[in-house]
Design a protein around this ligand. Structure first.
Ligand SMILES: [Zn+2]
Ligand SMILES: [Zn+2]
Length: 275
């Protein structure tokens, strides 16, 4: 028997993890309801809504195409009718909210191309007012900022434009601890227009091949292994001592790793500090 494209998508969806499955079933139902009203499509819709606990919907879709002489159909209809009469659609699962990352447009940061994934910003449900531009933002900077003024909320735009640094005379990374071998232009870009991480100690920013590296993620050694980097990652000279005690580097622990990647040679470099 040939399996229709939609049936195949349904089968694939049912193999997914619970949250992904529910999201995919809702998406598939949208597609099916917008396409041809064939018997097969109605049957898939009935299966989907039955799984999502919308029994009345499931019942009605099957009822429209069911074969009276088919015992399987009759059984299914009987159950759906029963559930529909007792519960209807009131226990219907909620459509999962979309991952916020997918539609938040972030400015470009030279030294952190994926600041949300890197964990340098926090996403909040109700927007807060940026101390710099006064506009509401649901993406809030969570890294370090060195300024004499009391700054709580910064939006990504005010960091990228340099406005926050200028207005509050602040730096995201302390200029004085950076390598003297790096140009002033790059240092300015890093200190005034780059979101930083939050370290146990003062945030040291790794450099390689004559420029600062890109911040990738907060990591422990476990994450390094999972990313397949245990043989290729290089320890920053400032964190060389930890290469003998890798097991102590734990994400969220008192010995924290910070993963960087060289913009030029693409090598991964690990920096570590402790509380
Ligand atoms: Zn702002
Ligand atoms: Zn390099």
């Amino acid at each position: 028997m040939n399996i229709s494209e939609f049936r195949q998508q349904y089968i694939d969806a049912m193999k997914m993890s619970e949250r992904a499955k529910i999201a995919e079933l809702f998406r598939l139902a949208d597609d099916l309801e917008a396409t041809d009203k064939t018997e097969e499509n109605y049957r898939i819709l009935s299966d989907i809504f039955s799984y999502l606990c919308y029994y009345t919907k499931a019942y009605n879709y099957l009822l429209a195409v069911a074969d009276n002489h088919n015992t399987k159909d009759a059984k299914k209809l009987y159950h759906l009718k029963e559930n529909s009469e007792t519960d209807g659609d009131k226990y219907g699962l909620k459509r999962p909210r979309k991952m916020k990352d997918s539609f938040i447009k972030m400015p470009n940061f030279k030294y952190c191309s994926k600041p949300l994934e890197a964990g340098l910003f926090e996403q909040v449900d109700s927007p807060q007012v940026c101390d710099c531009c006064g506009k509401g933002t649901s993406v809030i900077y969570s890294g370090s900022f060195y300024s004499v003024e009391n700054v709580n909320v910064l939006c990504p735009k005010c960091i990228a434009s340099g406005e926050a640094s200028k207005r509050f005379k602040g730096e995201f990374v302390d200029y004085t601890i950076l390598s003297s071998a790096i140009s002033e232009e790059y240092k300015k870009e890093l200190c005034c227009r780059t979101p930083s991480y939050n370290g146990w100690q003062q945030e040291y920013w790794v450099d390689h091949c004559g420029d600062f590296c890109e911040f990738i993620a907060y990591v422990g050694w476990k994450e390094i292994v999972e990313m397949g980097l245990k043989n290729s990652v290089e320890f920053s000279p400032k964190a060389e001592g930890y290469s003998e005690h890798k097991e102590y580097i734990v994400n969220g622990g008192s010995c924290q790793g910070y993963l960087f990647r060289c913009l030029n040679c693409k090598k991964y470099i690990l920096y570590v500090d402790c509380d």
